[in-house]
Design a protein around this ligand. Structure first.
Ligand code: GDP
Ligand code: IMO
Ligand code: MG
Length: 429
C-alpha cells in the first residue's frame, strides 16, 4: 500500500512540516488526524516561509488537504491562518480543502479554561500552548462538545449548550470567573458557521472514495510520541494520542491504511514547555544548539530547551509507533562540533535501564549514559546526496540507526524543501 504516515518521534518540532511538504508532491491527499492549532509547522520554499498550524502541510503544493475528525478545530484560528496563507499566494478552496463534519470545535471558553488552569498551577504548570486544546478534548470525551456539523443546526443547539455551559460555569465559578456569555457565544457561532460549513464533509467517506481510486494518502501527525497522552511524559503531554495508531480513529480509514510509518527525528533533542528531559543541556552547548537550530517555537515563540540526541527515547517511540523508517532532520545544526554525545541508556538510582519508565518521578530522576563520538569539520548544510556528507557525519547517522533499531529513510540538511537526501522512498514501499 502506497500510503505514508508521518509522526514526530520526540517532543514535537522535529521538522514534520518540511518533510510533509516535500512528500506532498508525490501524494494525492494529505490528512491531519489529531491535535489542533497547538502545532506549528514551518515550511521554506525558495524565498518564502510558510507557517502552518491547522492546515495540512500539503496545502502549499495544492495537494488535496483534509482535516480529520481526530483534530480539535478552532474555526476563528483557521480563518486567520487561511487569510495569512492566501495572502502568500496559496490557493485554498472547497476543491482542495475539507474538514471532517464530526470534528469537535475549540471555543473561546476552552481557551479561557486553558489559561485559567495554567495560571493557577504556577510552577506546576504544563506549559501548554494556551490554545484550549486540552479542555476541547475533555469536552469531546465528556460528550459535551459542539461539533462542526452542529453549525448547520444552530437553532436547535440549546440543549447541547445547556450541557456544555453547566459544566463550564461550574469550573469558571471555581476560578472566580463569570458564567459563559451564551448570547455572545451563539452570535459568534452564527457568524463563523458559513465559513466552516463551506468545507465541512464526511471525511471518512471522501477518504474511502479516493482510496478506492488508488490514491496515495499522506497522514500528517502533529506533536510527537513523547507528548502522547498515554505514551508520553505524562502529565507533561498534549491531550491527544500522537502515535501512528491514531491515523485510524482520527481519519476514519481503518488501521491497515497507515502504510509506511515515517518517524521524524531531530539529530539532537528539543522540548517546549515543562516536563522531564534527561539529556537537557543548560550550558553553552545547549545554548549553541538552540542558536544554530533557531529553536524558538512557531506557535508561541517560546525558547525551546535543547539537549543531545537521546537514542533511548527514539528507540521507544519507534517501537510504540511501529516506525518503518526515520527522516533524520537538522543534521546541519551539528556541523562544527568537536565532539558529539549520544545517550545510549539511563541510570536510575544506580541501576542501568534501557527505556524511559512510566512514573513522572522516575522520568525526572533518570541520568543519561553517554557515548561520545568525534564530530565533523566539513559541512552538511544544504547537502542533497549521501556523497556530500563528511565521513564522520555518516558514521553518526549509522550509529543512530543501530541504537534506535530503525533505518534512516531520509536526511534533511536545511530548512529548504529540496535540501533533503532520499535514502528510501516511503511511497515506493
Ligand atoms: P514541526 O513542528 O515538526 O513541523 O517542526 P517546526 O517547523 O516547528 O520546527 C522545525 C524547524 O526547523 C523549522 O523552523 C524548519 O524550517 C527547520 N528545519 C527543518 N528541517 C531542517 C533541517 O534539516 N535543518 C535546519 N537547519 N532546519 C530545519
Ligand atoms: P508540533 O506539531 C512542540 C507541547 C506544549 C506543552 C504540551 C501541552 O509543532 O510539533 P497543549 O497546548 O497541546 O495542551 O500543550 O505540549 N506542544 C508542542 N510542543 N511541538 C508541538 O507541535 C506541540 N504541541 C503541543 O508546549 O508542553
Ligand atoms: Mg512545530
Amino acid at each position: 500500500m502506497a500510503n505514508v504516515t508521518v509522526i514526530g518521534a520526540q517532543w514535537g518540532d522535529e521538522g514534520k512540516g518540511k518533510i510533509v511538504d516535500w512528500l506532498a508532491a508525490r501524494a494525492d491527499v494529505v490528512v491531519r488526524f489529531q491535535g489542533g492549532h497547538n502545532a506549528g509547522h514551518t515550511l521554506v520554499v525558495g524565498d518564502t516561509t510558510y507557517k502552518l498550524s491547522l492546515l495540512p502541510s500539503g496545502i502549499v503544493t495544492g495537494t488535496l488537504s483534509l482535516v480529520g475528525n481526530g483534530v480539535v478545530l478552532d474555526p476563528w484560528a483557521l480563518r486567520d491562518e487561511m487569510e495569512r496563507l492566501k495572502a502568500q499566494g496559496v490557493s485554498i478552496t472547497a476543491e482542495n480543502f475539507g474538514i471532517a463534519d464530526n470534528c469537535p470545535l475549540i471555543l473561546p471558553l476552552h481557551r479561557d479554561l486553558d489559561g485559567l488552569r495554567e495560571a493557577a498551577a504556577g510552577k506546576g504548570k504544563i506549559g501548554t500552548t494556551g490554545r484550549g486544546i486540552g479542555p476541547a478534548y475533555e469536552d469531546k470525551v465528556g460528550r459535551r462538545a459542539i461539533r462542526v456539523c452542529d453549525l448547520a443546526h444552530l437553532d436547535t443547539l440549546e440543549p447541547q449548550l445547556d450541557r456544555l455551559c453547566a459544566h463550564h460555569d461550574a469550573l469558571r465559578a471555581g476560578f472566580g470567573e463569570p458564567p459563559v456569555d451564551r448570547e455572545k457565544l451563539i452570535a459568534e457561532l452564527k457568524e463563523i458557521a458559513p465559513f466552516v460549513l463551506e468545507f465541512a464533509q464526511p471525511v471518512w467517506k471522501r477518504l474511502r472514495d479516493v482510496k478506492r481510486d488508488g490514491a496515495k494518502i499522506l497522514f500528517e501527525g502533529a506533536q510527537g510520541v513523547l507528548l502522547d497522552v498515554d505514551h508520553g511524559t505524562y502529565p507533561f503531554v498534549t491531550s491527544s494520542n500522537t502515535v501512528s495508531g491514531t491515523v485510524a480513529s482520527g481519519s476514519g480509514l481503518g488501521p491497515n491504511s497507515a502504510g509506511f510509518v515515517l518517524g521524524i527525528v531531530k539529530a539532537y533533542t528539543t522540548r517546549v514547555g515543562s516536563g522531564p528531559f534527561p539529556t537537557e543541556l543548560e550550558d553553552d552547548v545547549g545554548q549553541r544548539l538552540g542558536e544554530r537550530g533557531h529553536e524558538f517555537g512557531t506557535v508561541t515563540a517560546r525558547k525551546r530547551r535543547c539537549g543531545w540526541f537521546d537514542a533511548v527515547l527514539v528507540r521507544q517511540s519507534c517501537a510504540i509507533s511501529g516506525v518503518t523508517g526515520i527522516a533524520l532532520t537538522k543534521l546541519d545544526v551539528l556541523d562544527g562540533f568537536e565532539t558529539i554525545r549520544i545517550c545510549t541508556g539511563y541510570r536510575l538510582r544506580g541501576e542501568e535501564i534501557d527505556y524511559l519508565p512510566s512514573h513522572a518521578a522516575d522520568q525526572a530522576e533518570v541520568e543519561p549514559v553517554y557515548e561520545e563520538i568525534e564530530g565533523w569539520q566539513g559541512t552538511t548544510a544544504g547537502a542533497r546526496s549521501w556523497a556530500d556528507l563528511p565521513a564522520q557525519a555518516i558514521k553518526y547517522i549509522r550509529r543512530i540507526e543501530e541504537l534506535i533499531d530503525c533505518p534512516v529513510a531520509s536526511v534533511s540538511t536545511s530548512p529548504e524543501r529540496d535540501d533533503t537526501i532520499l535514502v528510501r522512498d516511503p511511497f515506493a514501499d
